[in-house]
Design a protein around this ligand. Structure first.
Ligand code: 8X3
Length: 257
């Protein structure tokens, strides 16, 4: 991405957390940003905030990445001035529950697989062909330390993030011989709505995940994306695996007394 022009950046899951922070970071660098998410009101508020903070041109589209037809339609119907997406940030994703893999409820199973794996492919399938035609573009996939390690209660979530890592590696091979770049940014503990979603709104349980330690902030992850996207065009960052200093492995977290 050339930060001196008005590149077009599309972010999924942009209403909060890492997605919102990514939208703001790229907007600050002069990009025009398409913010996509499911929750319309929250998305519109986030877009207003980002536009206000950065002065950037923001386009909002509420879409559920699990709905393939809706995804196809939303990209096909983009205004001409917004069609040539330079950077796609596949951020929409979630963990649901902490049950053993074999006991995962059908709702949680579908929720994680459909969003984290199929949703990523729905969106990529709608955007990547245009990048290949233009021989220009960058797909940034939000992976996770859960794509490298498995932890108790995270069986299905970790499987989906292992799949994201495989997709990231495979997508780079799919675009081999073109100028299109593919990167995974794979964080450990980041304090966002992630745990609140996992525990279905239970704030006490969610806050315990980040208690007495200093997790990554969404902005730290957005920074890594921006760095990857602003390397010279011949450089492809395959993956950035990142954790806060207080985390050394999936379940190895230093809690301060
Ligand atoms: C988030 C990392 O360890 O909270 O993808 O599941 S973890």
């Amino acid at each position: 991405m050339n930060t001196r022009n008005d590149s077009i950046v599309c972010v999924t899951g942009a209403s909060a957390g890492i997605g919102r922070a990514a939208a703001e970071s790229f907007a600050r660098e002069g990009a025009r940003v398409i913010m996509m998410a499911r929750r319309k009101e929250k998305l519109e508020q986030a877009a207003r905030d980002v536009a206000h903070a950065t002065g950037a041109d923001i386009l909002v589209r509420d879409v559920d990445v699990t709905d393939r037809d809706a995804v196809t339609h939303v990209f096909a119907a983009l205004p001409d001035a917004w069609r040539d997406i330079d950077v796609l940030i596949n951020n929409a994703g979630k963990a649901l529950g902490l049950s053993p893999g074999y006991a995962t409820t059908p709702e949680h199973l579908d929720g994680m697989l459909d969003t984290n794996v199929k949703g990523l492919l729905h969106v990529t399938g709608a955007v990547l062909p245009g990048m290949l035609e233009r021989n220009r573009g960058h797909v940034i996939n939000v992976g996770s330390t859960a794509g490298h390690w498995v932890y108790p209660g995270g069986t299905v979530y970790c499987a989906t993030k292992h799949a994201v890592r495989a997709l990231n590696e495979g997508l780079k091979m799919d675009v081999h011989g073109t100028a299109v770049r593919v990167t995974a940014v794979s964080p450990g503990l980041v304090e966002t709505e992630f745990s609140l979603v996992r525990f279905e709104g239970d704030e006490e349980q969610a806050s315990k995940v980040y208690a007495n330690m200093t997790p990554l902030r969404a902005e730290d992850v957005a920074d890594a994306m921006l760095w990857a996207a602003t390397r010279p065009p011949h450089v492809n960052i395959s993956e950035i695996l990142m954790m806060c200093v207080d985390q050394s492995h999936a379940a190895m977290v230093h809690r301060h007394a």
